[in-house]
Write a protein that binds this ligand. Structure first.
Ligand code: ZN
Length: 245
C-alpha cells in the first residue's frame, strides 16, 4: 500500500455504509480523488472537519488498488464564512461543481486549483460579491479548458467591435461584429451585460470589488450565458444554481 500526502479541497461528500463517508477531493497534484473516510459519522470522530465541502486540507491517503482511504488530515482552511450568506454559499458551491465536472483523476489542473483557492478566499475574507467571483471563475475555467471566450475583438473576423450592436455567438465562442452578425446566429447583449463581461474579464480577482454593477438581472443573464457556453463545450450542466437563475 502506497501512502500519499496531498493538499486539496473537498468538493463533494456522500455517505457510505453506516459510519463512513466518501469524499471527492480536488487535489493540487492528483486532480480529482475519491477517498473513503472510515468511522467519520460516529460521534467524536477526529476527521469530521475533513469531510465538509470547501475544506482545504493536507490529506494523508493510502492507495490500495484503485481505491483511496483517507487516514489523516490537517486543516489549512475551512472557509466557514461561506455558509453565512445564501448567495455566497450557492455561487461558491457552483464553483466546486464546475471543478467536479471538469477535473479528472490523475490529471492535475494546477491553475484551476490555485484559482479556486483564490476565489474562496476572496468571498470568505475580502467580502467580494460571489456573483462577480463566479463570473470570473467561469471565464477562467473556460480558458483553462481551452474554450476561452473572445471579448476584446470579433471572435469571427478578428476586427474591432462596433459597440452599437453587441452580439454574442455561441458558435464562435465570443462577441462578433455587426458584419459577422449579419451572417450568423447571435444573442444580442444589453450594454449592462456587455459591461459585466468585459470588466470582470479585464479585472484581476483581487480588484473585483472596485466594480459596481447595479442590475441583478444583467448579472443573472451573464451567468446564464456562461452556463450555456459551459454546457455546449463540456456537455455538463451546473445544477447547483440552475433553480436560482
Ligand atoms: Zn467580425
Amino acid at each position: 500500500m502506497e501512502e500519499i500526502k496531498t493538499k486539496g479541497i473537498v468538493i463533494r461528500t456522500k455517505d457510505f455504509k453506516d459510519s463512513d463517508k466518501i469524499v471527492t477531493i480536488f487535489s493540487a497534484d492528483l486532480g480529482l480523488v475519491s477517498a473513503r473516510v472510515r468511522g467519520v459519522k460516529k460521534s467524536g470522530a477526529k476527521l469530521t472537519f475533513a469531510v465538509q465541502p470547501f475544506a482545504l486540507c493536507e490529506f494523508m491517503l493510502i492507495k490500495s488498488g484503485d481505491f483511496y482511504t483517507c487516514i489523516n488530515a490537517t486543516s489549512i482552511d475551512q472557509f466557514f464564512n461561506i455558509t453565512n450568506d445564501f448567495d455566497t454559499y450557492i455561487f461558491t458551491l457552483a464553483c466546486l461543481e464546475v471543478c467536479y465536472k471538469t477535473v479528472k483523476e490523475n490529471s492535475p489542473e494546477p491553475e484551476l486549483f490555485l484559482f479556486l483557492v483564490k476565489a474562496l478566499k476572496a468571498v470568505c475574507y475580502d467580502g467580494l460579491s460571489a456573483m462577480y467571483v463566479f463570473i470570473k471563475f467561469m471565464l477562467n475555467s473556460l480558458k483553462y479548458l481551452g474554450f476561452e471566450i473572445v471579448i476584446g475583438s470579433c471572435a469571427c473576423c478578428h476586427e474591432n467591435l462596433n459597440e452599437s450592436l453587441i452580439a454574442f455567438s455561441y458558435d464562435y465562442n465570443g462577441l462578433i461584429c455587426g458584419k459577422c452578425a449579419n451572417k450568423n446566429e447571435y444573442l444580442e447583449l444589453t450594454k449592462g451585460e456587455y459591461a459585466i463581461l468585459k470588466n470582470i474579464d479585464g479585472t484581476e480577482i483581487e480588484n473585483l470589488n472596485n466594480l459596481k454593477f447595479l442590475s441583478r438581472n444583467d448579472l443573472v443573464s451573464v451567468i446564464s450565458l456562461l452556463i450555456k457556453d459551459f454546457r455546449l463545450h463540456t456537455d455538463e450542466e451546473i445544477e447547483s444554481i440552475k433553480k436560482f437563475l
